[in-house]
Design a protein around this ligand. Structure first.
Ligand code: TIU
Length: 268
């Protein structure tokens, strides 16, 4: 087959500029670079609640060492302000239940042998009950005005919530996922998101597990097999990529979103 003669219009941009990813920031990630558009990417902060992070809360009643989660708090205290300054959407989640426990499956309520069960009075109010002090997010990571807070009865952020609707309404295509715990609510949410077509980057130092070996293996599982569930990277790599997306000298929002391509004519 003969190649057609090149018509070579000088106005034709190089192939790299035609690529949909052209000019977007790239995070040095596992298993390979994570490309994202800050205007269509949300930071998801999962369950940074007193009940999981403070001694005496739900996490500790299950027999866990809550000090294992301290590193994720520190890292998020740096990431959150940077993400807000870049104008990215931040979405928080909280795991918990209605005061009458009508949204808590009996299996979740009765399983295991915790010192206190969901709904029992604890040092921060009733364990994992909406409206109680322990159910809310820790002081240093409190949501900013206007940031959505998704209350979820399960481990995943999609189950029985308006999380999917919030993502759709805001034109979100990719998620940068943080929070606790790595192998429970973070993993469940990433898996739910992956099955719904979202690309997820998990920030390795902004997620925490009560079990160091689950932290390591949980993160490996995300990026294994060519990114079977998504990508992983330290927050330093994400913040470096985010900074590269800002116009020189800017300290607030990223530049304007490029206009979308031509819209095909609609035939009545
Ligand atoms: N127990 C545990 O590791 N986690 C949870 O119960 N919930 C979340 O991960 N948020």
């Amino acid at each position: 087959m003969t190649e057609p003669a090149a018509t070579g219009s000088p106005a034709t941009p190089p192939a790299a500029e035609l690529a949909p990813d052209a000019g977007l920031p790239v995070v040095a990630a596992q298993p390979y670079g994570f490309v994202f558009d800050p205007a269509h990417t949300a930071l998801v902060v999962i369950d940074m609640q007193r009940d999981f992070l403070l001694p005496g809360g739900f996490g500790e009643t299950l027999g866990n060492d809550v000090s294992q989660l301290a590193g994720a708090v520190t890292a998020l205290e740096t990431v959150l302000p940077a993400v807000r300054a870049a104008g990215m959407l931040v979405i928080h989640t909280r795991e918990g239940h209605l005061p009458d426990l009508s949204d808590c499956p009996p299996a979740k309520l009765t399983r295991g042998n915790p010192t206190l069960r969901i709904g029992d009075p604890g040092p921060y109010g009733r364990i994992l009950i909406r409206g109680e002090y322990g159910h809310d997010i820790i002081d240093s990571l409190q949501p900013a005005p206007g940031e959505p807070v998704v209350d979820k009865p399960g481990k995943g952020a999609f189950y029985a919530t308006d999380f999917a609707a919030i993502l759709q309404e805001n034109g979100i295509e990719r998620l940068v996922v943080t929070g606790v715990t790595t192998e429970v609510c973070v993993h469940t949410t990433v898996r739910e998101a992956n099955d719904r077509g979202f690309d997820c980057l998990v920030l390795t130092d902004c997620v925490g597990s009560y079990f160091p070996e689950f932290q390591r293996v949980g993160l490996e599982m995300v990026a294994a097999q060519g990114g079977i569930f998504g990508w992983t990277a330290p927050s330093s790599a994400f913040l470096a990529a985010l900074a590269s997306a800002l116009p020189a000298g800017a300290d607030t929002a990223p530049g304007p979103v490029p206009a979308p391509g031509p819209v095909p004519a609609v035939t009545p």
